[in-house]
Design a protein around this ligand. Structure first.
Ligand code: TYC
Length: 113
């Protein structure tokens, strides 16, 4: 079993070196999070990107327009941070929707460090 230190103290000063005890408890690691990224291209219409952000990322029109412009100007933007399963689903939904409308829009995910 992986163990991690647990700081324990009964001193009123909040615990310095002298009052620190090390206990162990089973290691509970939080699952990693994944950034979903939208990439710029020269062909996908701006309105289509705004629609994608409203439809799959539940943004208001104003939020969606702002993020779309960020991608257009900077080349890429994070559009959300999710569990691995949800991020994969979002990427799949965007890529499928773009392909069905014959736009080259690219959406990817990367682990958040
Ligand atoms: N650059 C595109 C255009 O000028 C707009 C665009 C924005 C495309 C964001 C993709 O992820 C994107 N029509």
């Amino acid at each position: 079993m992986l163990l991690q230190p647990l700081m324990m103290t009964d001193k009123p000063d909040g615990g310095g070196e002298a009052s620190t005890l090390l206990k162990t408890r089973p290691k509970t690691k939080r699952p990693p999070l994944y950034k979903v990224l939208l990439l710029n291209d020269d062909y996908t219409p701006m309105e289509f990107v705004v629609h994608v952000l409203e439809r799959f990322f539940f943004m208001t029109h104003a939020q969606a327009f702002e993020i779309m412009l960020t991608v257009h100007k900077k080349g890429v933007a994070v559009v959300g941070v999710f569990s691995h399963e949800i991020a994969e689903t979002k990427v799949g939904q965007v890529m499928d929707f773009a392909r069905r409308h014959q736009h080259p829009l690219q959406c990817t995910m990367e682990k958040e460090e």
